[in-house]
Design a protein around this ligand. Structure first.
Ligand code: SAM
Ligand code: SF4
Length: 320
C-alpha cells in the first residue's frame, strides 16, 4: 500500500466525466465564460478501465462521479452502470441537478444509493444569478424524484456573504423537512477565486455560519468519520447538517482523496497544480501497466500538500 509520511493513502477517487457544464456558477466560473469540454477527454471505456486499475493499484474503495457536470456527458450512462458493477464500498454522484429528471431511469436502474446535489438558493432570481444557467423548479423536481426512489441525498451549498447568506436558514429548513443532509461548503480559493477580491468579500466562515444557524436552531457537534471533510452538527429531533470548513478547520492531515480528470490526469491535491498523466498507460497489458500506474500514484501522493493554500486549478476540471 502506498502511504505518505503523514500516514495518508488514497481511498476516495473522484472522477470528472467531462469539464463541460450547463451552469456557470459565480464561484466556479469567471464572468463571461462557459465551461467547455477539455481537449482530449478520454472515452467512457478508458475512464472505466482507469477506475478498475486504480482500484487494483492503490486500494481505492470509494468513488464519486463528478465534473464539470457529469449528467451532460454522453459517457454518463455507460460509466455509471459500469462502476456500479465494480467491487467498491461506495459509489456516489455530485450533480447540479438540472438533468436529474432526464437521467432518472438510468440512475434508478444503476442502483446507486447516494447523490450530492449542489443548490445555492431556493429563490428563483438568486438561483439564476448564482448558477447563471438552469431552472430552479426543474432541479427541485429532480430532487423530489430522487427522494421518491429512496436515494439518500445531501445538498451542497456554497454560502456567499453578499449573495445567498439570506438563503442559509430557508435551505436548512427545506433539507431538514425532507431528511436531506445540508452541507455548507466554505468558499475555496480555487481557480479565479485565488486572486480575486471577491474571495475576501464573499467568504463566510464556519463560525459566522453557525451564528446564523444559532438564531433559529439549537445544535450540537456530532461525530464524523476519520477521513470525512465535513464537521457535522445535530439539531435534536430534526436532523443533521455539515460544514466543509476548508479554511476554518483544514482537513489536509487526513485527506484520502485522489482525483482523475476527464482528460486522464491524476491530481493528488486540490491545492497543487501538479498532475500525473495516465491516459498513455491504459492500453498496456495489465502486467506492464500496474507497476507504471503505481509509480504515478506515488508521484500523485507526493503532490499532496500539508496545508491548503488554494490553487489556480479550476474546480470544474477536477470535480471539487
Ligand atoms: N457540477 C457538479 C456540481 O456542481 O455539483 C459537480 C462539479 S462541482 C465543481 C462540485 C462542487 O464543487 C459543487 O458542490 C460546487 O459547489 C463546488 N465548488 C465549485 N467551486 C467552488 C469554490 N470556489 N469553493 C467551494 N466550492 C466550490
Ligand atoms: Fe458547473 Fe458545478 Fe461548477 Fe456550478 S459548480 S459551474 S454546476 S461545475
Amino acid at each position: 500500500m502506498i502511504v505518505d509520511k503523514l500516514g495518508r493513502r488514497f481511498r476516495n477517487l473522484r472522477v470528472s466525466l467531462t469539464a463541460a457544464c450547463n451552469f456557470a456558477c459565480t464561484y466556479c466560473v469567471p464572468d463571461g465564460k462557459r465551461l467547455m469540454k477539455a481537449q482530449n477527454e478520454l472515452p467512457g471505456s478508458d475512464l472505466l478501465k482507469a477506475v478498475t486499475c486504480l482500484q487494483q493499484a492503490s486500494g481505492i474503495d470509494k468513488l464519486r462521479i463528478t465534473g464539470g457536470e457529469p449528467l451532460v456527458s454522453t459517457k454518463f450512462d455507460e460509466f455509471l452502470l459500469g462502476v456500479m458493477q465494480l467491487p467498491l464500498d461506495d459509489v456516489s454522484l455530485t450533480t447540479n441537478g438540472q438533468l436529474l429528471l432526464q437521467k432518472s431511469a438510468v440512475i434508478r436502474e444503476s442502483g446507486i444509493r447516494r447523490l450530492n446535489i449542489s443548490l445555492d438558493s431556493l429563490n428563483p432570481l438568486r438561483f439564476k444569478q448564482l448558477a447563471r444557467g438552469g431552472n430552479l423548479n426543474t432541479v427541485l423536481a429532480g430532487i423530489d424524484a430522487m427522494l421518491a426512489f429512496g436515494i439518500k441525498l445531501k445538498i451542497n451549498m456554497v454560502p456567499l456573504r453578499n449573495q445567498n447568506a439570506g438563503d442559509v436558514l430557508p435551505m436548512l429548513e427545506y433539507c431538514l423537512e425532507r431528511g436531506i443532509e445540508l452541507r455548507f461548503i466554505e468558499l475555496m480559493r480555487m481557480g479565479h477565486m485565488l486572486h480575486s477580491n471577491s474571495f475576501q468579500a464573499e467568504f463566510m466562515s464556519m463560525a459566522s455560519l453557525l451564528d446564523v444557524i444559532g438564531t433559529s436552531y439549537e445544535f450540537e457537534r456530532t461525530d464524523a468519520p476519520y477521513d470525512s471533510t465535513a464537521a457535522r452538527f445535530r439539531i435534536p429531533g430534526k436532523g443533521v447538517f455539515g460544514i466543509i470548513a476548508n479554511e476554518s478547520e483544514p482537513f489536509c492531515h487526513s485527506c484520502t482523496r485522489l482525483r482523475l480528470s476527464s482528460d486522464g490526469y491524476l491530481y493528488g491535491c486540490l491545492s497543487s497544480a501538479r498532475r500525473q498523466y495516465i491516459g498513455d498507460l491504459l492500453q498496456l497489458p495489465l502486467y506492464q501497466m500496474l507497476p507504471k500506474l503505481q509509480g504515478r500514484l506515488i508521484d500523485a501522493l507526493g503532490d499532496k500538500k500539508e496545508a491548503f493554500q488554494g490553487e489556480t486549478t479550476v474546480m470544474k476540471l477536477i470535480g471539487g
